[in-house]
Design a protein around this ligand. Structure first.
Ligand code: SF4
Length: 475
């Protein structure tokens, strides 16, 4: 997984100057936000479902060991097999071993953020296996050699003109005179190219939106149907999922599914919601002859019982990204992490270590919109703050920042000193700003004043003005 350390500021600067990206990001604002709003408004029980979903996940996380065991038992009963992987490397090796055992030459893949997290494609390709992404967005990214920029809309940063160029470069065998201007043209071409690959794949790999303990089922939601073709056509189906995707029952899954699509794309339900339980049975019309589930930990069990446990309720709907002003300004790639936006700012440090992702919890205005829209009620700003505190406690932030915070903490804990200093500095700053009431340059505020003026204090502190107002109202 890509590290974000040291590159966020320059990435963000580039993203802000990228006119094409800025144009594409308008789609996030226009599309997802309004559609979610309508979907939520037309479901009166949305808040009740949200509370129920939160309780389901809290209960499951509190008994995760038991539910993992129950899930494994059911998968075994249905003829499948569960493989546990504590690290990304273990998960990669397990999937590769399964592919080798199946003598796989070609693997088709449904969209899976966990497989991005562990860098699965490069690992399989390095072993000589042809890996084909079958989600349209992921397929385009594979051609471009890029990572997703959004957890549910991986190519939200691209426009159709860019994809046309990619398809013309990648599909050289097709006539150069073909029409590729519209979205339907592009979709039709991808469908035709992928069809042959679906049929010739030996192994299909999918992620899982949910795992159901009572039945040993994995659930995927897609809008393209590629997940079904990936899981049913090849001889072997491998599900790769992280351990926190577990829910106890089918009923619980249905509660969460009602929230997922509404929060993600504003749909009542995704076009396809597919349930896979074990390999093909004798009377099944189709399906794989072998079914494996690779369950990835990769740092999640350390989050259990910690201040970051609530993050494990995440259902990867992307609503927090769509509503985040920082994500909306710079897009996903600037984060330098597979998981961008507010959810990535909490999850990435947990997976990689805060020393490799310190910029991410700082890339927030703390407006709180992410928590407000999160269907699982995850307190994202609180957890970003917790990462900032941990980073500070480790002594890793730059010296200037640490000194400034220490001086602030010292004075804030001594009200008399604080008021005396503020009372002296405020009028001085107001005088220095002059009639404009603004600073176009300010010591330690270079980044702020580069793009806008800094308003100067009006001369008196809030406490003094408040005290004065209170005195005059009581007299
Ligand atoms: S943190 Fe909440 S809003 Fe963000 S992706 Fe996860 S469930 Fe969705």
């Amino acid at each position: 997984m890509a590290s974000s350390s040291g590159s966020f500021t320059s990435n963000a600067r580039k993203a802000l100057a990228d006119a094409e990206l800025q144009r594409a990001l308008q789609n996030v604002r226009r599309g997802f936000i309004l559609k979610r709003e309508t979907a939520v408004e037309t479901l009166p029980e949305f808040d009740r479902l949200r509370a129920e979903a939160r309780a389901i996940k809290d209960h499951t996380l509190g008994h995760l060991d038991l539910y993992l065991e129950a899930y494994e038992e059911k998968v075994n009963e249905s003829g499948g097999k569960v493989h546990y992987a504590s690290t990304a490397a273990e998960a990669r090796d397990t999937v590769l071993a399964l592919c080798r055992a199946a003598k796989a030459k070609r693997v088709t893949k449904g969209k899976s953020m966990v497989s991005e997290e562990i860098g699965l494609n490069a690992h399989l390709e390095g072993a000589g296996i042809d890996v084909v992404e079958t989600d349209l967005g992921e397929y385009v990214l594979q051609i471009r050699g890029e990572a997703p920029s959004h957890i549910i809309a991986p190519i939200v940063h691209l426009n159709k003109e860019a994809i046309e160029v990619d398809f013309r470069r990648a599909h050289r065998a097709l006539p150069s005179t073909r029409k590729l201007k519209s979205v339907p043209d592009l979709v039709a071409e991808a469908r035709a190219v992928l069809r042959e690959r679906f049929i010739t794949a030996d192994v299909g790999i999918t992620g899982a939106n949910l795992l159901i303990a009572e039945t040993g089922t994995s659930v995927i939601v897609t809008n393209e149907g590629n997940g079904d073709l990936t899981s049913t056509l090849p001889r072997v189906h491998i599900v790769i999922a992280s351990i926190e995707k577990m829910v106890p029952t089918l009923e619980d899954a249905s509660t969460i599914l009602r929230l997922l699509a509404r929060s993600a794309t504003g749909q009542e339900m995704a076009t396809y919601t597919s349930f896979a339980t074990g390999p093909r049975r004798d009377d099944d019309p189709d399906g794989p002859s072998a079914y494996h589930v690779v369950l990835l930990d990769n740092g999640r069990s350390e989050m259990l019982g910690s201040v970051f446990q609530d993050m494990l309720r995440c259902i990867r709907c992307g609503a927090c990204l769509n509503h985040c002003p920082v994500y909306g300004a710079i897009g996903g790639h600037a984060y330098g992490s597979i998981y961008p936006g507010p959810m990535g700012a909490v999850l990435t440090p947990a997976l990689q270590g805060i020393e490799h992702a310190r910029d991410l919890p700082n890339a927030s205005s703390f407006c709180g919109r992410c928590e407000e829209v999160c269907p699982m009620g995850i307190p994202l700003p609180k957890m970003m703050r917790a990462w900032r505190e941990r980073d500070f406690a480790k002594g890793d932030p730059p010296l200037r920042q640490r000194i400034a915070l220490k001086v602030w903490a010292y004075t804030a804990k001594r009200p008399l000193l604080y008021h005396a200093l503020a009372g002296a500095i405020m009028p001085l700053l107001a005088w220095r700003a002059g009639r404009s009431g603004r600073f176009s340059r300010f010591p330690f505020g270079k980044s702020w004043t580069k793009t806008r003026d800094l308003p100067a204090p009006e001369g008196k502190t809030f406490h003094r003005l408040y005290g004065k107002a209170k005195r005059s109202s009581s007299s």
